[in-house]
Design a protein around this ligand. Structure first.
Ligand SMILES: [Zn+2]
Length: 601
């Protein structure tokens, strides 16, 4: 991360590269030029002037993953036509691994590397180039030297005539048009670039420039309302953490009918659809995502697990506290959204209920502790399949629920004089930047904020599969889970289905439900119940409404075209038993505590 560079410069210490000590400030930059001669073909052409430090051979590589999106992505598969010259001479380029290239320099002080990158993946970690605009990320674009040194990387962009503006959190180089400097490779990877004709708005908080950017189909986006509301979210974030940690910040959204968002140190890149600001539900979802990515400017981009820096961009980086990095960030997305005044109290309770419901209805919560779900993110979180809910727990909602319970714990133990906000501020002061925290250090700083030892509580909620206990938090805030009338519950089998061109196909079978116990399989086609055909367009629920919980039925399925019958004893649909509501007889004290949480007092 950039902080590594700051230390390198501040103490004039040295960094070690392949056994050779190199003074960080002496390093010459790699200078890239980006060109788009035919953007409609989805290519960006990259030219890189790379210093060789006098070596006869250098090795360059492309990152295989992007921090914040924990899966090896193999970006190098989109790189083509890699050539090099040393002065006027051609320099030999040899591919040395899937994502590395060796270049013979002939002793030249620098070589010029040229390549093209096919850019047509509309995700927040990859690239997209088309006639109207380009969206570029560092990891899938820039080949860099195999070294650990904090070397500056400069980027100059040659704009096609129809594109007027470049938006990025990278620092502009003064006096050089369309040229930016990343202090090191981490900063380059951490700074997406949008080029085209984006709609922008700006505001200032604490003298710091905040830029709202929309590119894509922006005609229906209400950028003025977004800017006004985002400023309130920034104010709320500052109130939680004490100060704004960045020099400036870009909120960048592609309006491209896609989804996803990714945090960066001084910006975020997200994707949405053209109707994002047209209905309250869609707008709330848009702002919730924005607030989540924005809170990452503190939690994970600066206050981070010790394992997340310096990054190894070519291999998995294992970490057990993504439930803090992502889950606590999810909790604070709701907090910032509410305290900005945009979200109502009912919507805030709905937000908390959704997090709790996601945890409590996943059978895998009883199989995998959340710290191990974090550790295995590289093989599970980003590669879910039909059995994922049965064997693993999502660290986003479980981490958010742990944050909610912890916040109540700290408030209760300190009579409301401190909160999770205090703990996060203290953690930020002690472990941000170069340091990073271990799980034990995080538990300790939160215990200190609470004034009681929470180590065994953390071990229970984060390192075991024990059920979470909501009693204390609900009692503290005067909340309860809305009672569900089980007597009138409809019959259910507990599996998910989809209508596949008139065929009713099973999409999920959750452990502990009648569908699981009876041997229903994912991809089975449900043909009939008690020998009467089930029509996909009418749906399974309509047929099950003809039965009661406890009834035994025979489901005919086609499995790989073979007909078979399964005996199923119907269960009672549990409905939605995890919806929070204020106690009908909540005390004034309890109500005041809930207000303190939702209003930040
Ligand atoms: Zn996140």
């Amino acid at each position: 991360m950039t902080s590594r560079l700051l230390v390198a410069f501040a103490c004039l210490c040295t960094v070690v590269t392949s056994g050779v000590a190199v003074r960080a400030q002496a390093l010459e930059p790699i200078r890239y030029t980006l060109r788009f001669p035919a953007p409609h073909t989805h290519y960006v052409e990259v030219e890189a002037a790379i210093p060789t430090s006098g070596r006869t051979e250098i090795e360059v590589y492309m990152a295989t993953w992007t921090p914040g999106s924990y899966l090896i992505r193999e970006y190098e598969r989109h790189v083509e036509a890699v050539t090099a010259t040393a002065g006027a001479r051609a320099a030999a380029v040899t591919k040395s691994t899937k994502n590395r290239w060796k270049v013979t320099t002939g002793g030249a002080p620098s070589i010029t590397l040229r390549y093209k990158v096919y850019s047509r993946e509309m995700t927040v970690r990859n690239n997209w180039v088309e006639s109207a605009f380009a969206m570029l990320n560092g990891a899938p674009t820039f080949l860099t030297l195999v070294e650990r040194a904090a070397r500056p990387h400069d980027v100059r962009i040659e704009l096609p005539a129809a594109w007027k503006k470049i938006e990025t959190a990278l620092e502009p180089v003064s006096g050089a048009a369309n040229t930016y400097r990343a202090a090191d490779f981490d900063t380059l990877v951490d700074s997406p670039i949008i080029i085209g004709n984006p709609v922008t708005r700006e505001f200032t908080v604490d003298g710091k420039r905040h830029v709202i950017v929309f590119e894509g189909d922006t005609a229906l986006i209400d950028a003025d309302t977004v800017a006004a509301d985002v400023q309130k979210i920034v104010d709320a974030g500052k109130a939680v953490m004490g100060s704004l940690p960045y020099p400036h910040y870009h909120f960048m959204t592609m309006v491209t009918e896609s989804t996803g968002a990714l945090e960066h140190k001084n910006s975020y890149l997200g994707m949405t659809n053209r109707f994002a600001t047209r209905s309250r539900a869609a707008y709330n979802a848009f702002l919730a995502t924005l607030a989540h990515e924005y809170f990452h400017a503190w939690n994970v981009k600066r206050l981070r697990p010790v394992e997340l820096g310096p990054f190894d961009y070519e291999n998995e980086n294992y970490v057990k506290t993504l439930w803090v990095a992502e889950g606590f960030t999810d909790y604070y997305s709701g907090i910032l959204h509410k305290r900005s005044g945009v979200l109502t109290k009912d919507e805030f309770l709905n937000f908390l209920s959704n997090q709790i419901e996601q945890v409590q209805t996943i059978p895998g919560r009883l199989v995998t502790p959340v710290n191990m779900a974090s550790f295995d993110t590289w093989i599970k979180q980003y590669r879910p399949d039909e059995n994922t809910p049965n064997m693993s727990v999502n660290y986003y909602p479980k981490g958010a629920v742990i944050a909610f319970l912890l916040d109540a714990k700290i408030r209760k133990a300190t009579n409301g004089s401190r909160s999770l906000d205090t703990g996060m501020q203290w953690a930020m002061q002690r472990y941000s930047g170069d340091k990073g925290y271990t799980p034990e250090q995080f538990y300790a700083v939160m215990s200190e904020a609470a004034g009681v030892d929470l180590k065994s509580w953390f071990a229970q909620v984060a390192e075991s599969t024990e059920e979470l206990d909501y009693t204390e938090a609900l009692d503290y805030y005067g909340l309860r889970f809305r009672p569900v009338d089980v007597k009138s519950a409809p019959a259910y089998i507990g599996g998910g289905t989809r209508n596949d061109a008139g065929r009713l196909i099973v999409t999920s079978v959750r452990r502990g439900t009648p569908s699981f116990d009876s041997g229903l399989n994912v991809d089975d086609e449900i043909v009939a119940i008690d020998d009467v055909r089930v029509r996909a367009d009418a749906g399974l629920a309509a047929r099950l409404a003809q039965y009661k919980p406890g009834d035994r039925i025979a489901i005919t399925v086609a499995r790989r075209d073979r007909m078979m019958k399964l005996d199923v004893t119907l269960g009672a649909d549990p409905g939605r038993p995890w919806r929070l509501e204020p106690l009908p007889n909540a005390t004034a004290e309890q109500t005041a505590r809930l207000n303190a949480l939702s209003e930040g007092k």
